[in-house]
Design a binder for this molecule. Structure first.
Ligand code: G3P
Ligand code: CA
Length: 249
């Protein structure tokens, strides 16, 4: 399923610059020209889908315990911090309500267990199925999502080499995007994944050398903490680059 539009996903928003998975980092990514946003879903103690990467609160908020130890109301009292910036934890509902009419693709990662059902309900509520790719390292969460929303695009996040057995299983299970770690992508395997009908979207783009190599390999998109640098590179080196129209409206 090779798509013709390259997606520059602001990874947890423009997380190199702003507190990840907050409105601040999402808007920063849009301002920098990203045409996609990647984010992570966990459940609060009272079962609300919230956007947060880690299971534990410590790294981003300085608070103790796990996301699932707190109600949404309690989580909303914490600050997510980066450098001298801070913002609040938000829900997936708030995220979709705010951004559903933007010219963006959303890569929504099912990070926590049992996140498929509440995520599917919110995708339906906001009518954004055609703008979403659901991703996860957890194969079972993708299967759960497929059962709930059979036509939603699904991407498997994978660490290490991608083998044919895995690709065959994905195809049989309706998973149409392979998301390899950037180190494991080369021109040959990218071409072969495309020939097998997969969209290829890389993750783990830790520096601009990896970023540039992925563009040369022909991936369909990647998640980057620095969407501004990818925009700049694509503007002179990319093919099929369409910047978003969100900053022109
Ligand atoms: O692009 C997917 C990427 O977000 C997966 O890794 O740890 O940042 O969720 P992580
Ligand atoms: Ca993620």
């Amino acid at each position: 399923m090779k798509r013709d539009k390259f997606i520059n996903y602001a990874h947890r928003g423009a997380s190199e610059y702003a507190p990840e998975n907050t409105f601040l980092s999402f808007y920063a990514g849009i301002f920098m020209g990203a045409n996609g946003i990647e984010t992570d879903v966990h459940l609060s103690r009272d079962g609300v889908a919230v956007l947060f990467h880690d299971e534990k609160l410590e790294r981003m908020t300085g608070e103790s315990g796990s996301i699932s130890d707190y109600t949404l109301k309690e989580l909303k009292s914490f600050w997510v911090k980066k450098n001298n910036l801070k913002d609040r934890i938000i829900t997936l509902d708030e995220f979709l309500y705010r951004f559903k009419d933007f010219d963006l693709t959303f890569a929504i990662e099912l990070k926590g267990d049992k996140t498929a059902k509440p995520t599917a309900e919110l995708i339906t509520k906001h009518g954004v199925a055609d703008k979403v790719v659901i991703t996860s390292f957890k194969y079972n969460e993708l299967l759960d999502m497929h059962a709930l929303l059979p036509s939603i695009r699904l991407g498997l996040l994978h660490q290490g080499e991608v083998n044919d057995e895995l690709l065959e299983k994905m195809k049989a299970d309706g998973i149409n995007e392979i998301c390899p770690e950037s180190y494991f992508v080369n021109k040959d395997n990218c071409k072969s994944w495309h020939e097998k009908g997969f969209n290829v979207r890389a993750w783990g783009v830790y520096n601009t050398d990896l970023m540039q190599n992925l563009v040369k390999c022909g991936v369909d998109g990647m998640t980057v903490n620095f969407p501004d640098k990818l925009c700049e590179y694509l503007s002179t080196n990319g093919e099929n680059n369409e910047s978003n129209s969100n900053t022109e409206k």
